[in-house]
Design a protein around this ligand. Structure first.
Ligand code: PLP
Length: 409
């Protein structure tokens, strides 16, 4: 009975199934003997889902009205919108963005922000340009809005961002499409943990500016993992001297940075040098919000603005985020050090929730089984094992690289 366009819908993403297998193995063999490196959720060293005290306290102190009422507008609460700008660009955001127009729309998580952008900027039959290693939901979303996807290769032989391939991929599509939506997931890319250097971002922007002579460009930078970057985030290169037909879309998520995955709070931050482009963005985006999810959790937005706009609470948030960041750094250093010692090949990792071990495409099922036999559970992506280093307690990271090396050899 499905409508024609829905008949081929089936999710092949087996992440949640692998996570279930990990739980089952823990019951059979004992938790201590199982490595569960599946989901992008931060677990502490006792292997419990971590929460932040400042977030917990603030949420529990919200009034009934804040928790249960509708949001006062579809765009999102006014204070939330201010807080998002401040969180991403700093207190000086008005000056920083002064040569551009900028609008923020609240969305259910980063997922809502990305979906909303695909929905309104991919023409029927057009493809979105995705990195070859990617968060798999991008593919589902492109299909859901009637588009397709192509990929650019993320790394060159030197393990740096492949600017040549990126340029060729962009220009090839820019020649035949009216709009080209390009996705970048930076910093702390899922699934590799790569972060582009300032030089790489500058060069990427130059390529997109050149492509603007051929078609409209919409660059999505998915910053879901921005707070796990070991270096300072500098987004300024993304919005300097923007041609009028290059729309910058930053997609923000509270899920990882605030450890509130199920709260479903995020935002689209659209930046353009053209007022018309931003006005059109606002009209279309609000329409999609109203017609799909209406508005998002008022409590989630209030929680965010209460913390971000209060100096003391914000300072505590940074401290607590710093603790998570340090734990991930420690775990990843152990893993990478041991991987080097046993010659286990790793895709270039800088920081963040995930580390990827590449292998030849076609071996996915075999590798999954070999790891399962060793009670190691990780997400198998095309040509790679994604290790969620965010979810493995430190004591279980020791020897893991060696175990994987043996299991997959
Ligand atoms: N972007 C990336 C790369 C992700 O890995 C995720 C979640 O795993 C998201 C965006 C969206 O997260 P959410 O919809 O929970 O905000």
């Amino acid at each position: 009975m499905l409508a024609e366009h829905s008949k081929s819908k089936k999710i092949f993403d087996n992440g949640f199934q692998i996570a279930k297998n990990a739980d089952l193995a823990s019951k059979i063999y004992g938790k201590e003997n199982v490595i569960n490196a599946t989901l992008g959720i931060f677990y502490n060293d006792n292997e419990e889902m971590h929460t932040l005290d400042i977030v917990n306290n603030e949420y529990k102190n919200l009034s009934d009205k804040d928790l249960f009422n509708y949001s006062s507008s579809i765009n999102g609460e006014e204070l939330f919108i201010d807080a998002v700008k401040q969180y991403i660009f700093g207190k000086n955001h008005i000056n920083i963005l002064k040569n551009n127009f900028c609008e923020v729309i609240a969305t259910p998580g980063g997922s809502g922000a990305i979906y909303n952008t695909f929905k309104n900027y991919i023409n029927p039959g057009e493809v979105v340009l995705l990195p070859n290693y990617m968060w798999s939901s991008y593919k589902l979303m492109s299909k859901e809005v009637g588009g397709g996807y192509q990929t650019y290769s993320l790394f060159n032989k030197k393990g740096k961002f492949d600017l040549i391939n990126f340029k060729n991929s962009v220009i090839e599509l820019a020649k035949i499409q009216k709009n080209l939506v390009v996705v970048l997931n930076n910093p702390c890319h899922n699934p590799t943990g790569y972060t582009l250097s300032s030089y790489e971002i500058k060069s990427l922007m130059n390529i997109l500016k050149e492509a603007c002579t051929l078609c409209n460009i919409i660059l999505i930078n998915d910053i879901a993992y921005m707070d796990f970057n070991n270096k300072k985030n500098d987004l300024s290169v993304f919005y300097q001297n923007l041609p009028s037909n290059l729309l910058m879309m930053i997609t923000f998520s509270m899920s990882k940075s605030f450890c509130c995955y199920g709260l479903r709070v995020g935002a689209q931050i659209a930046i353009s040098s053209s007022k018309d482009t931003i006005d059109n963005f606002t009209d279309a985006s609000l329409y999609t919000c109203r017609s799909v999810w209406s508005n998002i959790s008022k409590g989630g937005m209030t929680l965010f603005s209460n913390i971000v706009l209060n100096r003391k609470k914000y300072r505590q948030l940074l401290l607590e985020q710093g603790y998570m960041k340090n734990m991930i750094k420690e775990r990843s250093e152990i893993f990478l050090g041991e991987a080097a010692a046993v010659n286990l090949n790793i895709l270039p990792y800088k920081s963040g929730f995930f580390i990827t071990i590449p292998f030849s495409k076609g071996l996915e099922k075999e590798i999954e089984l070999k790891l399962k036999n060793e009670n190691i559970f990780a997400i198998i992506i095309p040509g790679g094992i994604r290790i969620a280093i965010c979810s493995i307690p430190k004591h279980k990271v020791y020897n893991l690289a060696k175990k994987i090396k043996i299991a997959i050899s």
